[in-house]
Design a protein around this ligand. Structure first.
Ligand code: SF4
Ligand code: FES
Length: 253
């Protein structure tokens, strides 16, 4: 008689915390392996049947996700100790048990969900946009030549996942450093023919508390950044521009 092969399984250990004040606990799960499984699909399976590996009923895991194709940045978490997107983390490529933890540098909401609004506040502080809103038609903007488009396009690939901030030793509550993602967006909008009208304001915002004064350059962000976002160039160009702007402001009195 043919013997059936044992069911292939996936083991996960997930850090749970019911609220920011509640104690953290680890729960283990064992799921049936499926082809193409990723961390988010594993958590969907847990949501459909929230039972731990030792058979105890529990609650579905709380986490953020949206696009499921590494575009929105919302599912960032620590997977086996590394900050990355859960939707593109294929189970077959991960050592088991797969350990899932929330990002550590952001306020915890619950389980794997954190509040990443600091990045969006930083982007507001540096006016990371092209100012085209108004009560009248501003007409078409200046041409952006293909060479400039090609240079700027990689910077526009930032998906606000916050992984570069998670791995940066300078990004912490003491320094208030804005982090590489914000600096990269300053570079993107300062280089834009219409966006550069706010260039001086952006550079002044970075010269204050939490800007470059607070940041060394450990380059961890460069190692983690997705889609070859040129963070090194952005940080060195903008740090130079911040210094030049500060010197100009000093001379102007
Ligand atoms: S620069 Fe890269 S790592 Fe940082 S927020 Fe943007 S996409 Fe994420
Ligand atoms: S769900 Fe959008 S990046 Fe993962």
């Amino acid at each position: 008689m043919p013997t059936s092969s044992p069911t292939r399984t996936v083991a996960l250990e997930i850090k749970r915390q019911a609220s920011p004040e509640a104690p953290a606990v680890w729960e283990s799960f064992e799921l049936e392996w499926r082809p193409g499984m990723n961390v988010i699909s594993a958590m969907m399976e847990i949501a459909a049947n929230p039972v731990t590996a030792n058979g105890r009923d529990t609650t579905p895991i709380t986490y953020d996700s949206n696009c499921l194709e590494e575009i929105c940045g919302s599912c960032a978490m620590r997977i086996n100790g590394k900050a990355r997107m859960a939707c593109s983390a294929l189970v077959d490529n991960l050592e088991q048990p797969i350990k899932l933890e929330p990002l550590s540098k952001f306020p915890l909401v619950r389980d794997l969900q954190v509040d990443r609004s600091v990045l969006f506040e930083n982007l507001k502080a540096v006016k990371a946009w092209v100012p085209i809103d108004g009560t009248y038609d501003l007409g078409s903007g200046p041409r952006v030549f293909p060479q400039q488009q090609e240079a700027s396009y990689p910077l526009s690939n930032c998906i606000s996942c916050c992984c570069c901030m998670e791995v940066c030793p300078q990004f912490n509550e003491d320094t208030g450093f804005v982090g590489a993602a914000t600096i990269a967006q300053v570079k993107l909008f300062n280089d834009h023919p219409s966006g550069k009208v706010l260039k001086e304001e952006r550079l002044r915002a970075l010269a204050g508390d939490g800007g470059f004064q607070s940041g060394g350059f450990a380059q961890n962000c460069v190692r983690i950044a997705r889609k070859q976002i040129p963070l090194t160039n952005a940080i060195s160009d903008i740090s130079r521009d911040v210094l030049i702007q500060a010197a100009r402001d000093l001379l102007r009195g």
